[in-house]
Design a protein around this ligand. Structure first.
Ligand SMILES: Nc1ncnc2c1ncn2[C@@H]1O[C@H](COP(=O)(O)OP(=O)(O)OP(=O)(O)O)[C@@H](O)[C@H]1O
Length: 849
């Protein structure tokens, strides 16, 4: 068996990719010939071609010489049928579409897109030839029928016989519709694009006009100021001369004081040189940073809370009867939209900065635009809810002195200001009563609203607004962010885009009942990251025991996925493999900490910056470290089958992986204590809850109730220890995810997915050393003997292979006794002196086998 494996390097033959490329070239050649025969069509050629006998082929004076078609008699036949008998010169479309098929085959692209284009092109060809046929028979334009072909004329005549003069109207409409479908394929999109373009133009004009006006005003102001300054200067000159004498005496005193102060101030001490930090120090530091970050965020939340009102547009004060309380209705202004092309442009520049692979970021227009009609504020509904709430409370003798309504995409928040003597907890005890009275699915109480002496009641809107992913991605906030791993979940009740940096969380725990919107939420997270991160900087590990949710991402395996080298599937679906993958991630984490320690830096960002400047030696194993986001969709399935073996690596990663760029996103539909254990919970400060079945479930995930009152379909609560935020999750459809994946997947990408390290506990666990041996094994052995150096980077450079594969080969060389054991930052010893000794060793191994 070992022999077989060793011999694989010598086997030759075309691999399937080459075959596909050859087929592509052949199809493109056929298309070119077809095109040439159509372009050089000559009506007389067919007669000459028909009269050619077999012997004429050998006769230099035969009539075949009279054929003018560039492809000779074959071209004459082809072009006669295509141009004369079928669709005239429009048949050139056939050649073009054949050529495009060839190009697609050659580039190994997905054919799904093409089938639509093919049908549309053939339809366009028939339509165009019919249209020309109509013009030819009715207006003698063009004068020659070969522009439409006999088929085009025949179809146009049939149409005329049926619909008379209406036929030209029908043909014209069909032509316009087909053309629009060609250009955009979506009429609404075309109209929207034109509208956006017009709006932009108008905005720009207005900006320009306003700027010009401003400049004019500024100039006038400056002129006035200059005149005033001149006058003032003259007066000052006079005053100065008088004041000079007094100033000189007082300035002497000041100087003396200053000198005294300088003497009293301590001198700066020189900073001592710091030693290299240990792993514990690194972890401690990153935890301290995390604490600081959280405190900062806490402060931000408070300031945000005081700012909220200012950013809300006052919609209307609802008129009431005289003795009744007025309700002020507020609607958030919404986030400032970015220009459609801003993100694409920014991404094009970003892609150019990473020349390792040619990569195009997904374009914004792959995402669906929201329908034009905005969410109308239903004042009647607000008035009715206000009446019910106030009536109910009045009956329980609770006096309210002020009420505001803030209308969000899913719910409206009623802020109630109770009279000074009313206990807030008293209002909370009537929440069930209010829920029944308003007949709402879920009613959430905030008592009090954080930072305010008011009680909040969130009542679901009778018509909710879907927040489309484009509405969060195509905003200035998202486009201009400098977050490393930005995730814009959706919109808050104030209509603001809620965005976090995953590196700061640093992990996410998600729970929600089935159908509450978790999968859409996970797709939102991945989509945001795909729109902002280059595949060189980000890899996903996807663990999906349910087997369907993440399967769409298979397409982007050579760009964005990380997996075990021996895994059959890029998406992990099996519990044993999931466990191995998590352990391998722990090893990657340890390796990364070693690299950080060697490089004397504190985190992955500084490490990659140092690596980019060339300060870190690849010989010592240094490499660019991409961020790794581990997605686990359904933790319950894993915990039920593997329990502790899954919990331990998750907890270890969650505790330590922050500084080295590994972040976990773990979701479950069963937020029970045996799935979300104390250990897991303690290490996931950032948590998301979608709708759950009970208050107990809500407490398990959020440490408080509230998630049981959510209303599903992406209605969620976010908590990272700074208080709850209610968000309407942005909706990304499966079709959008599919399109983004196909867009990325059809690009060439890397040769293989990013490989995670193989875990080997000790040598005794290692299977047969020559089992599943790498095809470069022998070449690698010769290289290390020649250089007398067992280093991974040597193999990487000389064999042009990735880090993980080179590491695997070095392990195999160790197992075969060719190189010595791992020695940290120095290369392994080589135990074989020359090639003869190597050959002997390999022969022995074969015999042993
Ligand atoms: N943000 C959203 N906006 C609008 N509708 C949504 C949103 N999220 C989810 N939905 C709707 O809810 C349905 C269920 O969502 P999803 O599949 O994400 O639920 P889930 O929690 O993952 O369920 P399961 O655990 O059974 O897979 C979706 O098909 C969609 O129609």
């Amino acid at each position: 068996m070992a022999k077989n494996n060793l011999n694989t390097s010598t086997t030759t033959g075309l691999d399937s990719n080459r075959k596909v490329e050859i087929i592509g070239i052949i199809v493109m050649s056929i298309a070119i010939l077809l095109g040439l025969s159509i372009i050089s069509y000559n009506p007389e050629d067919y007669q000459y071609a028909k009269s050619i006998s077999f012997l004429d082929l050998f006769n230099p004076d035969a009539s075949s010489r009279l054929v003018k078609n560039w492809l000779g008699p074959v071209g004459a036949y082809l072009s006669h049928y295509l141009v004369h008998s079928l669709f005239g010169y429009t048949s050139i479309i056939l050649a073009l579409i054949t050529g495009y098929h060839g190009w697609h085959t050659f580039r190994r692209r997905d054919f799904k897109e093409l089938s639509w284009l093919t049908v549309l092109s053939i339809w366009g060809m028939v339509l165009l030839s019919t249209f020309i046929g109509w013009l030819n028979t009715n207006a003698d334009f063009p004068s020659d029928s070969i522009w439409s072909g006999s088929a085009g004329i025949a179809i146009s005549q049939v149409l005329q016989n049926i619909t008379g003069i209406g036929s030209i109207f029908i043909l014209s409409v069909l032509m316009i519709v087909t053309l629009l479908m060609f250009v955009d394929r979506d009429l609404q999109k075309t109209i929207d694009s034109v509208k956006i373009w017009m709006d932009n133009l108008r905005d720009k004009m207005e900006d320009w006009r306003a700027e010009r006006q401003l400049r004019k005003e500024q100039k006038a102001k400056e002129r006035e100021e200059r005149i005033a300054a001149k006058k003032a200067a003259k007066e000052e000159q006079k005053a100065e001369q008088q004041a000079k004498k007094e100033e000189s005496s007082s300035s002497d005193n000041e100087e003396e004081e200053l000198q005294k102060k300088e003497i009293a101030e301590p001198q700066d001490e020189k900073e001592p040189v710091k030693p290299a930090p240990s792993i514990d120090e690194l972890v401690e530091k990153s935890e301290a940073e995390e604490r600081k970050q959280r405190e900062k965020e806490q402060k931000e939340v408070k300031t945000l809370d005081t700012r909220q009102r200012a950013s809300l547009e006052k919609e209307e004060v609802v008129d009431e009867e005289e003795d009744d309380l007025e309700v002020s209705v507020y609607v958030g202004k919404g986030e400032e939209e970015a220009d459609e092309k801003d993100l694409d442009k920014q991404n094009r520049e970003k892609a150019k900065e990473v020349p390792v692979i040619k990569y195009k970021f997904p374009k914004v227009d792959l995402l669906d635009s929201p329908p034009n009609e905005g969410n109308e504020v239903d004042l009647e509904e607000i008035k009715e809810n206000k009446r019910i709430i106030l009536d109910k409370l009045k009956r329980h003798k609770i006096e309210i002195v002020g009420i505001n309504a803030i209308v969000g995409p899913t719910v409206t928040l009623y802020e109630l200001e109770p009279a000074p003597d009313v206990k807030i907890s008293k209002i909370e005890s009537y929440s069930n009563d209010l829920k029944m009275a308003t007949a709402s699915k879920g009613l959430r109480m905030l008592s009090p609203i954080p930072g305010k002496s008011a009680v909040g009641i969130e009542v679901p809107n009778s018509t909710r607004e879907t927040v489309y992913i484009k509405q969060v991605i195509n905003t200035k906030k998202f486009v201009e962010t400098d977050f490393v791993l930005p995730v814009a979940f959706g919109k808050t009740i104030e209509n603001e885009v809620f965005m976090i940096d995953l590196t700061k969380m640093p992990h996410l725990l998600i729970a929600g009942a089935t159908g509450s919107g978790k999968s859409v939420g996970i797709n939102t997270i991945i989509t945001c990251l795909l729109y902002k991160c280059h595949p060189d900087n980000l890899k996903f590990v996807m663990i999906d025991p349910k087997k369907i949710e993440l399967s769409l991402y298979r397409n982007i395996q050579n760009h964005f996925l990380a997996m075990l080298p021996d895994a059959d599937e890029p998406i992990v679906t099996d519990t044993t493999k999931a466990q191995e993958t998590l352990e391998s991630l722990c090893k990657e984490m340890d390796d990364r900490y070693d690299l950080l320690k060697m490089a004397m830096v504190r985190d992955i960002k500084s490490y990659n910056e140092k690596y980019a400047t060339g300060e870190l030696d690849e010989e010592l194993g240094h490499r660019h470290l991409p961020y790794i986001v581990v997605i686990i969709d359904e933790l319950a399935d894993l915990m039920m089958t593997a329990g502790k073996q899954i919990e331990e690596p998750i907890a270890r990663l969650a505790q330590l992986a922050r500084a080295i760029g590994i972040h976990l996103v773990v979701a479950t539909q069963r937020p029970s204590v045996n799935v979300i254990t104390g250990t897991i919970k303690a290490n996931f400060p950032a948590r998301i809850a979608y709708q759950v079945a009970s208050k107990v479930d809500s407490r398990t995930i959020l440490d408080q109730g509230g998630a049981d009152q959510l209303i599903g379909m992406g209605d969620m609560l976010f908590n990272n220890g700074t208080g709850l935020v209610r968000i309407q999750n942005a909706f990304v459809s499966t079709e959008e995810v599919d399109e983004i994946n196909s867009f990325i997947g059809q690009q060439a990408g890397y040769k293989e997915p990013f490989h995670l390290p193989i875990i080997k506990e000790d040598v005794a666990d290692i299977p047969d050393p020559l089992d599943d041996i790498d095809e470069y094994f022998e070449a690698a052995a010769k290289l290390v003997i020649l250089h007398q150096q067992g280093s991974v980077s040597l193999l990487q450079r000389k064999l042009k292979i990735g880090y993980n594969r080179a590491g695997r080969i070095i392990d195999q060389l160790f197992n075969a006794g060719i190189v010595g054991p791992y020695q940290g930052s120095t290369a392994r010893d080589v135990l074989i002196q020359d090639e003869d000794e190597l050959q002997e060793l390999l022969d022995n191994l074969d015999e042993y086998d």
